[in-house]
Design a protein around this ligand. Sequence first.
Ligand SMILES: Nc1ncnc2c1ncn2[C@@H]1O[C@H](COP(=O)(O)OP(=O)(O)OP(=O)(O)O)[C@@H](O)[C@H]1O
Length: 233
Amino acid sequence: MIWLQGLLVEEVSVEINREPILQNMSFYLDPGTITALIGHNGAGKSTIMKTLIGLQERKMGKIVLNGVSQEEDFLPFKQMLSYIPEEPFLLPELTAMQHFQLYGRSYQIDEQELVEKVDYLSRKMEITDKLDEFPESLSKGMRQKVQTICALLPEVPLLLIDEPFMGLDIYASEFLAEAVKEKAEQGTIILLTSHQLDRVQQLADHFIMLQHGKVVDHGDINSFQVLKRRFSE
Ligand SMILES: Nc1ncnc2c1ncn2[C@@H]1O[C@H](COP(=O)(O)OP(=O)(O)OP(=O)(O)O)[C@@H](O)[C@H]1O
């Protein structure tokens, strides 16, 4: 059998407290593409992200990444993606460096490669002097930087980013945008949510618009003017 390369989301529905939150959501993302999930507050952007990583249970539907089914092969599936959540979610008992080491082990990154990547990313994110700090002594933006570095460490087919620029300073935001583009050039599928439409336009090549838990439009980012008009309606 020839497996489809890319991310397939088919007829996914999610209910929370018996309320339909996502309804028959379907889309397909090609390797090497950067797709922005757009929609008003409460449209379901974070919910689909959480459903993709397995944090949110779904009522029905299918999620397949490069031929690996989320339902049938959850652990291999999870190893194929990394995620930057909207709010940093760090372990209070681990320093920044220990988080990077934990990610290195979880994704089986070669030790020397991990050292080089941590060195490079922490310099770019300007947190080299914070590596031995615990999350409680870091500012929110610094915690977000640590979380962002964790997600950039592994070379995985899918990178999910919920509000990529939230809390990051201008230099870190610019670096993240470059890093995302570079990963996409190497074939990673990038799915991000953002309310910063101008930044999205510069970064993404496709968009998916959600409304009340449904996909109402999708396409090339060049149809963005139309998108912007509809978004502001
Ligand atoms: N744990 C929960 N319990 C109850 N309702 C929830 C829960 N999580 C999300 N929802 C509801 O699901 C809907 C979608 O929320 P979601 O966080 O996915 O929206 P979003 O598009 O990411 O919004 P925002 O732009 O504000 O981040 C909302 O109506 C929200 O109230």
